[in-house]
Ligand binder design. Structure first.
Ligand code: NAP
Length: 284
């Protein structure tokens, strides 16, 4: 039977560590501050923003929400980002994506000061990740590395296969596995004979966005399977990219959905915001 990688427990430990460091910072008069921008009324974005604010309160950060109407224009949004860039009590800025039609998410990400870009989406921070000299890592891939580390799963020398090449998950995930000395293959919608490639994986990361896409025939016996997907099944129930029921008996370790990668993303956001506050206050 596979070891179930418990993202809830591991993320709780990360948040507890952040809370302990935050308490120490407070003794020096520093309270990390996160600004969360939400534009429009997308229900999923609202849930994510609420969860981020709740996590901030739990670890002892200040959070400020900036809720703008869906018809906000680009210049107003950029002016808000500029104002937050200039505020010394705001250490991290994130803009909840996707933005309503007509707004340019790339321009907004570019406008966020790199030292406050706690999602690590900006060109500068992405470039730093490429060369392995970074302050922040994108939260979801960093959360996956943390799950593997906390579960004592060695990455060095392993065949790692990532399905998906998005800028926020697949590509940085592959780069982080490479930094950990994995031998990395990235698959995408144009990959020929996907199952033949995924069956080589000692560590298989699925970031496809398709419910139950990874089936048992695509997985090597004893592989570690990390499911980044957050989808709805035919009954509207949350499920991952991995067909858990058929894959779990075949692997040595697996992340469930929910309760796997998902909780790690917000925990890593807290870690990045703490780091931003420390760096901006000259603390290593
Ligand atoms: P995305 O931007 O839609 O990227 C999906 C990737 O999957 C693309 O690179 C695409 O290939 C590839 N793909 C699609 N169909 C494929 C196929 N038949 N065979 C092989 N590859 C295929 O999605 P994303 O933003 O990376 O997110 C992926 C999943 O992770 C989603 O379910 C999302 O909700 C979830 N997610 C979870 C968290 C979390 O906190 N747990 C955070 C972020 C995302 P092409 O590039 O060729 O089109």
């Amino acid at each position: 039977m596979a070891k179930i990688i418990d993202g809830k427990a591991i993320s709780a430990q990360v948040r507890a560590d952040v809370a302990a460091e935050t308490a120490e910072l407070k003794e020096k008069g520093i309270v990390p501050g996160l600004a969360v921008i939400i534009v429009g009324d997308d229900p999923a974005s609202r849930v994510y923003v609420n969860n981020k604010k709740k996590a901030c309160a739990e670890v002892g950060f200040r959070s400020e929400e900036f809720a703008l109407p869906a018809d906000t224009d680009q210049s107003e949004l950029l002016a808000l980002v500029k104002c937050l860039n200039d505020r010394s009590d705001i250490n991290g800025i994130l803009c909840q994506l996707p933005l309503p039609k007509g707004l340019d998410d790339k321009a907004v990400i570019k406008a966020i000061a790199p030292e406050k870009d706690v999602d690590a989406f900006s060109e500068e921070n992405v470039g730093k990740i490429m060369i392995g000299k970074y302050d922040f890592l994108p939260c979801t891939p960093a959360g996956v590395i943390e799950l593997l580390r906390a579960s004592d799963i060695e990455i060095a020398g392993k065949e790692c296969v990532v399905i998906g090449r998005s800028n926020i998950v697949g590509k940085p995930m592959a780069m982080l596995l490479l930094h950990e000395n994995g031998t990395v293959t990235i698959c995408h919608s144009r990959t020929k004979d996907l199952a033949e490639v995924t069956r080589r994986a000692d560590i298989l990361v699925a970031a496809v966005g398709k419910a139950k896409f990874v089936t048992a025939d695509m997985v090597k016996e004893g592989a570690v399977v990390i499911d980044v997907g957050m989808n709805r099944d035919e009954n509207g129930k949350l499920c991952g990219d991995v067909d858990y029921a058929s894959v779990e008996p075949k692997c040595s370790a697996i992340t469930p959905v929910p309760g796997g990668v998902g909780p790690m993303t917000i925990a890593m956001l807290m870690k990045n915001t703490l780091k931003a506050a420390k760096l901006q206050n000259g603390i290593k």
